[in-house]
Design a protein around this ligand. Sequence first.
Ligand code: PMV
Length: 339
Amino acid sequence: MMIVRASAPAKVILFGEHAVVYGQAAIAVAINKRARVEIKTVPENNDLSIDNAEILLEARDLNLKAKINTRDGNITVLGNHPHHDKIVEATARLLELIKEHHGGEWPEPHVMTITSDIPRGAGLGSSAAVSVASTAALAAAAGIQLSKDEISRLAYEAEKIHHGTPSGIDNTISTHGGAVHFKRPDVTPFSIPSFPLIIGDTRKERETKAIVLGVRERKEKIPHVYNPLLDVFGNVVNEAYQVLKTTPLDLETLGHLFNINQGLLSAIGVSSLELEQLIWAARNAGALGAKLTGAGAGGSMIALIREDQISTVSQAIREAGGMPLSVTIDTKGVMVEQQ
Ligand code: PMV
């Protein structure tokens, strides 16, 4: 029996969200929460009714079960899963692309299982982590060696199914790990030392597209105010980039830059009461800096802390109504293991 396991990390945007849409730089880091994909062969005449050249795709947490025929890409949704989940469609697309560009055959029946410890819909890049881990696992199971850049490129195609026109930052950071400096069209991975962060999930779901559109409308109405603000976002990112590349890491300055970045995000109207409550709870508990991360208006915030502040700041976020998640920087990116 062949077993392949691949995993890929989640991400947070440290600096520059929203302004990045208008050509300013942004910085994202991978965090130590992972999506995992296992693919194994099962015998012919198995009791799961998986035929040759079929993959049974399962994600139990999502109540997702479907069969994909690797010859024609045909999808059969199984069980009582009410929606044809995008993960199934993205997996079928990945299979198609891998075959088209790299070949590979799937003569035996396979089971592909997706699990994840990344909260969904919280701006942490959960779908990109699944796409990256799936790409790596599918390629390895088909006996194909892919470079990290190829994995990221293919995963980007799966991300389009999830998000329409994604910027590409999520699949890049999830593939390479560490940190990326992103300034359209350039994505530059760079290495940074690991440091602790606390994420506070407001548990308020939001739609990135609508928030980005809101910023655009306000910017068009008052460009003389928005445009210089966007330039300051860029200055904050440039400063942060220098700090992040310098050892020992100046956490105090980084924390200060977090707070300035949050002020700018609030100025362009993407913060919310829920986010501010968690941000101030973290700051009052001693965090070096705190800001929303991702699109805002809900979703998550991040707090920069020292190692000994993990439990105090987590507790403060919990008491303010958020769900705290203690994380560190992931430096490995996508990982594959074959047996
Ligand atoms: O909500 P997220 O983590 O997908 O981040 C959105 C980041 C934005 O800058 C607001 C939009 C974008 O496409 O970069």
